[in-house]
Design a protein around this ligand. Sequence first.
Ligand code: URA
Length: 436
Amino acid sequence: MRMTDLILKKRNGAHLTEEEISFLIKGYVAEEIPPYQISAWLMAVFFKGMSFEETGYLTRAMIASGKVFDLSSLGGPLVDKHSTGGVGDKVSLILAPLAAACGVQVPMMSGRALGHTGGTLDKLDSIPGYQSVISEELFRKGLKEIGFAMTGQSKDVVPADRLMYALRDVTGTVESVPLITASIMSKKFAEGAQSLIFDVKCGAGAFMKTPEAAEELAVSLVETGRSLDRKIVAVITNMDEPLGRKVGNFLEVEESLACLRGEGPEDLMEVTLRLTAWMVVAGGIVPTVEEALDLCKARLADGSAMEKFLENVELQGGDRKALLERENKARPLFYKDITAREEGYVQSIDSYALGLAGIPLGVGRNKTEDSVEPLVGYELMKKKGDSLLKGETLVRIWAESESALKSIEGQVRGAYSIAAEKPTTTPMILKEIKAL
Ligand code: URA
């Protein structure tokens, strides 16, 4: 086989076989095929696309490039969730213990904040003593004894993705749906999940800005999963404004605790319950999403989901008592209330702008080496559709310095759009696509 022929074949719009894709990925990782040839192939994929079967072959070849966690001895059902990333997206912190309380095992390997979106590991690290990156042994223990554990992505998993993503980044081929699909799915399956639920976020603060783009990715994830004989559900959810009312590392842990008591904001509760319910269905615990929703609500009401969360905090070195003592109390030294200059209604909150303003504040980071601040962030007093009187607080910004507050004040105010008319509401769950 010659790489040149595979480039020509894709350039001419034909489908590659599983052997050809495997040759290409193995050759690239072994440094037998040079990056310039892979770059040409990536660009051909960008323009000509890939069938769902081909995307499945690519996913399988990428999984085979590195370590694969076999968690099947833990009993399962092993179901994980992946979100394409949003602002205020703390769903994983609530969903993992809730799904575990319903009988699902959740092997959650997450990332850190980068750019305008937050990271689950940074949120967890804001819990006193918590170790968000743990040994494989402790990860397995958590899964077996509690039903879930949280850790970082192992460097040994899907090395082909790390190499290829770096190349896509510099060759204008990141936004290719089959390449995104294989990149996301290969990591999740290599990490031990048997079935996957995707939260495909759609809106101003999301990777996919339009319903059409979100649906294209959702269909690709589900159909590629089907070609691999996996149970997959993709839920397209609204990301026109931040999810919930708190944005920031510890602030989001606090809001997750409120949700685990059944007292979280409506938008966040709705998205979390729906995604968790699909995990419960995919895990075969109950047959319908309606029954799964009832089970999830019962596990919140009887306190078992909260107990799972706190058991995980202890397993991973955190201090349950210190966490609950700090809840709603631990705040940085400085804050600034951004108030309404006129009466009216909040029309929208630009979550992308808020997310970007969160970087100098310390909610997120520009580069992977940057550090974050655990306590800073935003409390959104007003969200889309809320009425306003002149002088009322829209959002409180928490910062570790006056200068950080000053530097982002204008940007945060600019994220709010206000007008006299009450805006129409957009549902949180926009569409669901399933292969069960
Ligand atoms: N997230 C991933 O993990 N991979 C992509 O290609 C895009 C987003």
